[in-house]
Every structure is written in structure tokens, then in C-alpha cells.
Write a protein that binds this ligand. Sequence first.
Ligand code: NZQ
Ligand code: ZN
Length: 395
Amino acid sequence: MENFVFHNPTKLIFGKGTIPRIGEEIRNFGIKKVLFLYGGGSIKRNGVYDQVVKSLKRYGVDWVEVSGVKPNPVLSKVHEAIEIARKEKVEAVLGVGGGSVVDSAKTVAAGVVYEGDIWDAFIGKYVIKEALPIFDVLTISATGTEMNGNAVITNEETNEKYGVSSKALYPKVSIVDPSVQSTLSREQTVYGAVDAIAHILEYYFDGSSPEISNEIAESTIRTIMKMTEKLLEKPDDYEARANFAWCATIALNGIMAVGRKGGEWSCHRIEHSLSALYDIAHGAGLAIVFPAWMRYVYRENIHQFERFAKRIFNLEGEGEDLILRGIDSFKNWLKKVGAPVTLRDAGIPEEDIEKIVDNVMLLVEKNLKPKGATLGKVKVLDREDVREILKIAAK
Ligand code: NZQ
Ligand code: ZN
């Protein structure tokens, strides 16, 4: 087990009927005016917007709205919101929506207090050390952004989708009411499940194998799979939504990182190129990349891949045969719940592979290199490796 520091400063308020507490939580910080950021309008259709507005009014918190944050959120919207936040002299940022909205809220909060272009933080030219206080009401469980210090933004002019991490980006307070997620489409629910499972697997396969973290990871993955199947049958099953939501939070709030080596993250980085270039959902991209990556690298981590097959899919046997059946079972499960598992499924032609490889390598140069990071850990990937993984993912 590796040494670790566990410090998660976010206060998470979880459960049915908790959204009306947002106003009081913000006011407790002495904040009188916030930038209220949201997406394409789902919060107006499912009543979340009304609940938030009522609570802000009740606790005397003034707000200015910016809407229209799109999935795979873009830098231009962040710039627009930073300008409004400065002009209106808001004291905090409140994101109400999914990962796209909350990540945008975090980036705006950091951008308001930085004199340069906040994109600098995504290409290693600026280290985020401060930000306005961040609050959120989460409406889709997937990314774990409600309880971590990460944000992922796309520069739509250059098709670069990069992430940042900073202690300053942890939300002060996040509210998760799983009952409002019953309005999610089947696809969004499935993509959320894939994303949460992928976060756990990025840690699980990073070359470490602490028993307690393995056990937590495996039970969380099995729970997500079980809850996803229940939700596809009955989208308003509250117990399933609530269990799913908490699994997605702990998938990327630091718990899965305990005693490990910092996570693998190559599948995420390759996926970010897919969603940057083709605007597909992050979870859809992960379902395409993950099984292909597993097939390409399993020899570097035989024991853990055997364990995965046994613990997640109850398979018996050993060695390569067991591992390959484990990877196939994972791919089949993804297919069964309706996720795309090949580039072709997502309408991405095999001829585009070189373009995708270029985009991934740009990420290595611009997002990873300045921080000294590599693409991958158990196997550090170069251009040739990425190309081979994408070829496996093609069909
Ligand atoms: O825009 P609206 O109208 O709100 O609709 C959204 C959007 O179309 C809809 N939605 C959200 N809650 C809903 C709802 N529809 C009905 N009922 C509800 N209750 O769902 C769609 C997807 O929303 P989005 O925020 O894009 O989803 P998600 O939470 O999966 O976020 C994905 C983004 O987060 C990044 C991804 O790359 C992607 O850009 N990630 C962020 C991470 C982080 N901050 O830690 C880590 C992840 O690995 C990931 O990279
Ligand atoms: Zn993810």
C-alpha cells in the first residue's frame, strides 16, 4: 500500500428533498450574490431551477444567470461567464446541472481571479491556487465533479479537451438529490455508469493492488452495474438512483485513490480526444476505448486483470484465457446496456485514426508535458501504442 493523504474539503448534502438547502448553505459563507450557471434547460423542465431560485430568494442571495453550457463544455462559454461574473461583481459561482455545468462553474470561479486567459491553466502555463467559492446542485451522477477538484474544458477553436486539478476547485458545498435524475435519458444514465466504472478502473489498473482498495473498487463496480440494470427497467427507482449516485461520487472523490499510484488515466485521455473531435458523450467514448486498452495492456498487469475477471464477472480459470474472457464480459455488458463499444458504433470512421492519434499526442505535448506527466502508467503509451489501441477499438 502506497502512502497517502486523504483530504476532501467538500461538504456533500445527499438525498431526496435536499435542493432547498442551497440558499442557506451559500448564505452561511456570508455570500450575497452568485453567478448561477446552468445548461440547456433540463433544470427548467424537471423543476430543479424553481427549487434553486426559491431557495436563493428565501435566504436573500442575489444571482445573475448564464445558461447554455453544453455537454463537452467549451471555453468560449467560460469566457462569456467570466466577463459577466466580473461585471456583476459576484462573490461565488453556483453550477446547477451535470459535470459540464459544474466543470464550467469551477473554471469560471478560477478565471475570475486570474488576470490572463484561464486556458493557460489547461496547458500548464498557470497553476490554479485560488478561485471564487464554488457551489453546485448536481443533476446527473457520472463525473464525480461534485466532490473533486477537477474540471475538463474543450477549446473549441483548436479541438483540445483538457483537464485541470486544483485544491481551489473543490466545491464548498454540493447538493445531490438523486430523485431529480429520474428524468435522464437511458443513454445519459448508461454513460454516467460507464464514466463512474471507468474512474474506478483507472485506479484499479494503475499497477497497485492494496486489498482494501481492491475490495471497495470491486463492490462499487458491481453495485453500479446492478443499479444501472435496475434503472433501465425503472428510471424512477429511488433506491437504485441513490445507490448509483453515491457510487459515482466515491468513484472520483479520492476514496478509490487510497494506497494507489495516482491512477492510470490513459483511457480518459484518449477519450477526451474522441469527445473533442466528435462531440460524443464522455461515457460513450470510454465504452469504446476501455476494452480496447485492456486488451492492449493486460500483459503488464496480469494479476490484476485476472482478479478483475474473477471478482467482477465471477469467472474461473487463470492466465490469458481468463483475462480475455473477463475483458469480453465487460465489453458485452457495455453492449447489453446500450453503450457503443467500437468507433464504428459511434459513427467514427477507421480512416480517422491518425487524426485522433495526432489529437492525443497534442494533449501529451500541451497538457501533460508541462506537468511532467506521461500518457499511462502500467504502460506508458506513445504514438504507436495509441494507434494500436484505436485499431482494436475500430470494429
Ligand atoms: O444541458 P442540460 O439541459 O442540463 O442537459 C444535460 C446534458 O444534455 C442532461 N441532464 C443533466 N441532468 C439531467 C439532464 N437531463 C434530464 N434530467 C436531468 N436530471 O444530460 C446531458 C449531459 O450532461 P453533462 O453535464 O454533459 O454530463 P456529465 O455529468 O456526464 O458531464 C460530462 C463532462 O464532464 C467531463 C466530461 O469529459 C464531460 O465534458 N468530466 C469531468 C470530470 C471531473 N470534473 O472530474 C471527470 C470525468 O472523467 C469527465 O472527463
Ligand atoms: Zn470520466
